[in-house]
Design a protein around this ligand. Structure first.
Ligand code: PEP
Ligand code: MG
Length: 947
């Protein structure tokens, strides 16, 4: 027989720790619930006796659908110990032990896997229980619950089959609520439920307690691979390989009368983080009743009146647990005849707001360190704090207009506007396929609805409380949610809902505010919250800044974006894409004028330059010039100069550049002003020029139509435009004439930009603003490109500063976004004073995937099939693109030890990519202003995790 240990009794936590090596390992082995039950036993918290079958057993079971060798024998031995501890015997009609069989994986997956309660009840033990407890009603209530749970969970009979029987019976009897059911009713229902089993499965409900236990254990193992569990793991990034443990535990009963009860609670408010007990309970009820949200629950504070002793011991124990785990706890408890039992404790799920407040409060009170506080909050939770909300004025106006549709429990904060759908499948379909903003509306949600909830912008339920399934899941995923909006009548058959005398049909708009619990008809305007008012977030981020090595800069083109970035904590601008300003309506005609005349003008200039060079060198076409040749050449130069001076084309070209210069100057001035004292990286023109012109297809059609209609007005201009567009047409424009290549072919555009930058910087300096301009040249692939372009631009910088009589520090550098540039980084660093990784292009060119088309065509499939772990345009590919970056940093710094290195591709706002930038020694990451707070936290976490 194998000596592998598959089963741990709750008081064997030390053994588990020894085997697993760490607490994290114990959680992996026993699951979160099992590990914490054992830990509670260790610290003296009252826990009903029980044992845990390990996740390793689950994984072994999955391979061939049978328990691994030795497992069941060990479970039987553990059961014998538990029988002793509980003073009862499993299956003994005189003194029966009843157990629960619950799932529990390493990471909590609320409601995703299965549970069976009251195992061990059968006709005989039920009679025994009645004799023991003199409470026949309670016994048959428990028995009918077992048959229903066992039937649906283990025997896979639709839950509705049982619910229908119950509902029909209650209707006949005129009962509204379950507690109205009398003993005889419950006895009758027990028999009816047995019939449901027989009718649907063709065999009787198993009377043998051990058979019940064995089948329930298998069902829990199987539930690890249910669709909803798999969906949930995918959404939560939980590995499929972890498996679930099974916890078999003595039942204690909250349904033994009014001195008994059951509840769930959080030691702090999971929505706001306030340090107050938050939870619900029900007297004379069993576990699932509270979370199911079917019966209206009471607030924990009431328990003080109902059962004062149990309340006091509950408050003591929960305080002890929070102190012990150094975190907010989510607990389940049962009171059996005044005696309190803890059934579960775990770190509670919470909203982003609560996560931040709890971490900061706990660090301030000394319960955890600042480092722990910074590690506790997920970067994405910081992002959620910046999510849109409804302005108070907008809501007041909506109320005045009579648009308040209904109110409910504010279960998960944030505002959402979307079209309503009444089931999860449709909600998901509309969101994914139709790209609609969706709000899912249900009476209450069940674990099967998770896919719809994840796809929705918001969730509304008419039933349930703050700890109901909908509330817990919504909070975890940051989906705004209102639950228990009881005035909303949902009519599933008509696919509509009614409240306050109004009807909203499926597909119509609803706006919901998860923070206040209000739902409005139609679409309310959303606003972005003010981050500076969020005191705890600001505190946490200031701690993060102290702990990180990487700085966070922002990608911003306009002063207003730069200002936002600065309030969000950016320490510089890492990318200003200057060409974006070219698209402004008042400028585009001039940009087009510039492009239309660039080629001919440049040809004239190039020709003139070749003549001047010949004169300087004294040779032309390999021949030494004599006196006569020289004179001829000088005359020719004069003619060419005159040609350029009088050329309409050249006039138009330089005229457009002259128009754009002051415009760009004022753009840049605004940026320097906004970023006073901080570095600002301005990138020179990058995109292929055709992007500024109408599309070739449109022009061709227009010209053809005009010709066909004999419409000559403006035809010549259109044909000229078409000729230019055709001339600029490239098969692969992203690999064509763009970036530094434009600086070589049409140098005057970049020259104009550099002059505008330095004029703006000089003017700002004269006004007392501290400027730190860094000029970034895009798309360098060969050092010779930089050698040709950069010195001319540096000369302009110097010239402008001399003209203005000012001096300030500046840098010229380049983007590393072509793989070759990364490979020859040492050479490039000989010229460039800084590097910034353009990982959008670097990913595109390293993989050879078009960044515009790949996602649409094949990338999603690649990720689904596991060919790629993640979309490399979102999460940096460390093994490929990342290695090029690492090499570039190392090689570059060999030549220029203080080389400033940053990243300005989209990856600069992604936590995993930020960590990689920390690891390769970047100085900063640059991302969208909205991602700056998230990136600050991620940068600190990268430093803490890689000490
Ligand atoms: C990049 O390529 O990563 C980059 C920032 O430049 P753009 O996205 O403008 O090409
Ligand atoms: Mg790029």
């Amino acid at each position: 027989m194998s000596d592998k240990k598959w089963v741990y009794i709750f008081n064997e936590v030390e053994q588990a720790e020894k085997y697993a090596g760490s607490w994290d390992g114990v959680r992996g082995l026993l699951g979160g619930k099992g590990a914490n039950l054992a830990e509670m036993v260790r610290i003296g918290v009252p826990v009903p006796p029980g044992f845990t079958i390990t996740t390793e057993a689950c994984n072994a079971y999955q391979d061939n659908r049978s328990f691994p060798e030795g497992m069941w024998d060990q479970a039987m031995a553990a059961l014998a110990v538990v029988e002793k501890q509980a003073g009862k015997k499993f299956g003994d009609p005189k003194n029966p032990l009843l157990v629960s069989c619950r799932s529990g994986s390493k990471f909590s997956m609320p409601g995703m896997m299965d549970t069976v309660l009251n195992i061990g009840l059968n006709d005989e033990t039920a009679r025994g229980m009645v004799a023991l407890t003199s409470n026949e009603r309670f016994v048959y209530d428990s028995y009918r619950r077992l048959i229903q749970m066992f039937g649906s969970v283990v025997l896979d009979i639709e839950d509705e089959k049982f619910e229908d029987v119950l509902k029909e019976y209650k209707d006949i009897k005129g009962y509204k609520l379950d507690p109205e059911l009398k003993t005889e009713d419950l006895k009758f229902l027990t028999e009816q439920f047995k019939k449901v089993v027989k009718e649907n499965r063709g065999f009787d409900f198993p009377q043998e307690p051990l058979k019940q236990l064995e089948l329930a254990t298998k069902a829990v193992f199987n539930s690890w691979n249910s669709k909803r569990a798999i969906d949930y793991r995918k959404a939560s990034n939980i590995s499929d390989k972890l498996g679930t443990a099974v916890n078999i535990q003595t039942m204690v009963f909250g349904n033994m009368g009014d001195d008994s009860g059951t509840g769930v609670a959080f030691t702090r408010d999971p929505q706001t983080g306030e340090n107050t007990m938050f939870g619900d309970y029900l007297l004379n009820a069993q576990g699932e009743d509270v979370v199911a949200g079917i019966r209206n629950t009471l607030k924990i504070a009431n328990l003080k009146n109902d059962l004062p002793e149990a309340y006091n011991s509950f408050m003591d124990i929960t305080a002890k647990l929070e102190k012990h785990y150094h975190d907010m706890q989510d607990v389940e408890f049962t009171i059996e005849r005044k005696r309190l039992w803890m059934l579960q404790t775990r770190n509670g799920k919470r909203t982003a707001k609560a996560a931040i407040k709890i971490a900061v409060d706990m660090a301030n009170s000394g319960l955890i360190s600042k480092e722990e506080a910074v590690l506790r909050v997920e970067p994405e939770q910081v992002d959620q704090m910046l999510h849109p909300q409804f302005d108070a004025v907008v809501k007041t106006n909506a109320k005045k207009q009579g648009r308040l549709f209904g109110t409910g429990v504010n279960a998960s904060p944030g505002a959402a506007v979307g079209r309503i759908y009444f089931d999860a499948d449709l909600a998901e379909k509309m969101a994914r396929e139709e790209k609609q903003d969706v709000i899912m509306v249900r009476p209450f949600t069940k674990p099967d609805d998770v896919h719809g909830m994840l796809a929705a912008k918001g969730i509304l339920t008419s039933e349930g409380g703050a700890t109901s399934h909908a509330a817990v899941v919504a909070r975890q995923f940051g989906v705004p949610c209102i639950v228990g909006a009881s005035m909303v009548e949902i009519n599933m058959a008509k696919r509509e809902m009614k409240a306050s005398g109004r009807t909203i049909k499926e597909g119509e708009w609803l706006s919901l505010d998860g923070a206040s619990g209000e739902a409005f008809t139609g679409q309310l305007e959303l606003t972005v919250p003010n981050v500076e008012e969020q005191v705890e977030l600001m505190t946490l981020l200031s701690w993060a800044d102290d702990l990180s090595r990487l700085q966070v800069w922002a990608n911003a083109d306009y002063p207003k974006d730069a200002r936002r970035a600065r309030t969000y904590g950016a320490k510089g601008i890492g990318l200003c894409r200057t060409e974006h300003m070219f698209f402004e309506e008042s400028r585009l005609p001039y940009v087009q004028e510039m492009i239309m005349n660039a080629e001919l003008t440049q040809n004239m200039i190039n020709y003139l330059e070749s003549l001047e060079n010949a004169l300087k060198s004294g040779r032309r076409e390999g021949r030494v010039l004599n006196e006569e040749d020289r004179a001829k050449l000088e005359a020719e130069i004069a003619v060419e100069k005159n040609k350029i001076a009088t050329s309409q084309k050249a006039k138009a070209y330089f005229g457009a550049l002259d128009f754009l210069l002051p415009q760009q100057r004022s753009d840049f001035y605004g940026l320097f002003e906004a970023m006073d004292g901080l570095p600002v990286i301005i990138r020179l023109i990058d995109p292929p020029l055709h992007e500024f012109l109408p599309s070739m297809e449109d022009l061709l059609t227009e010209v053809a139509t005009m010709k066909a209609l004999n419409n000559t007005e403006g035809l010549a201009e259109k044909e000229l435009l078409l000729a230019t567009v055709t001339g600029l047409h490239e098969s692969n424009p992203m690999m064509g004439l763009r970036g530094i290549r434009l600086g070589i072919v049409y140098p005057d555009i970049m020259k104009m930009q550099v002059r505008a930058i330095f004029e703006a910087a000089s003017d700002a300096t004269l006004k007392g603003i501290v400027v730190k301009p860094e000029i970034m040249i895009p798309l360098t692939g060969h050092v010779n490109e930089l050698k040709l372009v950069q010195p001319t631009l540096v000369d302009i910088a110097k010239q402008v500063m001399a003209e203005k009589g000012v001096h300030f520090e500046y840098k010229f550098g380049t983007m590393i976004e072509i793989p070759r540039a990364a490979v020859v980084a040492a050479e490039i660093a000989g010229v460039a004073e800084f590097f910034s990784f353009g990982t959008n292009d670097l990913t595109q060119m390293t993989f050879g995937y078009s960044r515009d088309d790949a996602e649409r065509n094949f990338l999603v499939t690649y990720v689904e099939k596991g060919i790629l772990p993640k979309n490399p345009f979102q999460v940096l590919d460390r093994d490929g693109v990342g290695q090029l970056m690492r090499m570039a940093v190392e090689e570059g710094r060999k030549v220029r030890p203080n080389l400033e290195v940053g990243i300005c591709g989209e990856h600069g706002g992604d936590p995993s990519s930020i960590e990689f930038c920390h690891l390769v020694g970047n100085n900063y990451v640059s991302c969208s202003p909205f991602r700056v707070p998230l990136a600050r936290l991620a940068a600190a976490q990268a430093a803490l995790k890689n000490k």
